[in-house]
Design a protein around this ligand. Structure first.
Ligand SMILES: Nc1ncnc2c1ncn2[C@@H]1O[C@H](COP(=O)(O)OP(=O)(O)OP(=O)(O)O)[C@@H](O)[C@H]1O
Ligand SMILES: [Mg+2]
Length: 153
């Protein structure tokens, strides 16, 4: 059984070729990612059919495809908002299948930045409070949260 670090390197090697020089650890290492809905029912629907993806720090990647092809489904898995039905995913050295809910919440808070198609803002809160909220979960003190949020807005 490989450890997580070896697994990420092995994926990178297999995708880039054995001779590839991979000094950096992949930020995103996915292999055989599948996602199905209505699992086990006669109308089970497989959206992702086995995605292999390796992304290194500093890389700029675009996922393109026609409407309904599964881009958001994949992005939700990359951003650990959703789990795959099958496959392996190591995010910045963390095997997400071994992470509990608290680990995943910390990963989402500190490692993932999402701009949602539908914004997902909290309507009853001000823009300032919406910007402050993730910093509250990250443990940033109140005054500092407000100062940063005002600067960013
Ligand atoms: N929760 C769900 N239950 C059942 N089917 C779903 C669910 N979420 C998405 N789908 C289906 O999965 C397919 C892929 O949807 P997805 O939203 O990932 O596509 P997309 O590539 O992001 O499309 P768009 O370009 O329109 O944003 C679609 O056929 C969609 O209807
Ligand atoms: Mg989409």
């Amino acid at each position: 059984m490989q450890n997580t670090e070896q697994f990420a390197q092995t994926i990178a090697q297999s995708l880039l070729g054995a001779e590839a020089d991979c000094p950096a650890r992949p930020l995103i290492a996915m292999r055989g990612i599948r996602k199905s809905y209505y699992i086990g029912q006669p109308n089970e629907l497989e959206i992702l059919h086995g995605i292999d993806l390796t992304v290194y720090p500093g890389e700029f990647v675009a996922i393109v495809g026609e409407s309904g092809s599964g881009k958001s489904t994949l992005m939700n898995i990359i951003g650990v908002l959703d789990k795959p039905t099958a496959g392996e995913y190591v995010l910045d050295g963390v095997n997400i299948h071994e992470a509990d809910d608290n680990d995943l919440a910390a990963i989402r808070n500190r490692k993932i930045g999402f701009v949602f198609q539908t914004y997902n803002l909290i309507g009853r809160q001000s823009a300032l409070k919406n910007v402050e909220l993730p910093m509250l979960y990250a443990g940033v003190p109140g005054g500092e949260r407000t100062r940063r949020a005002k600067e960013w807005l």
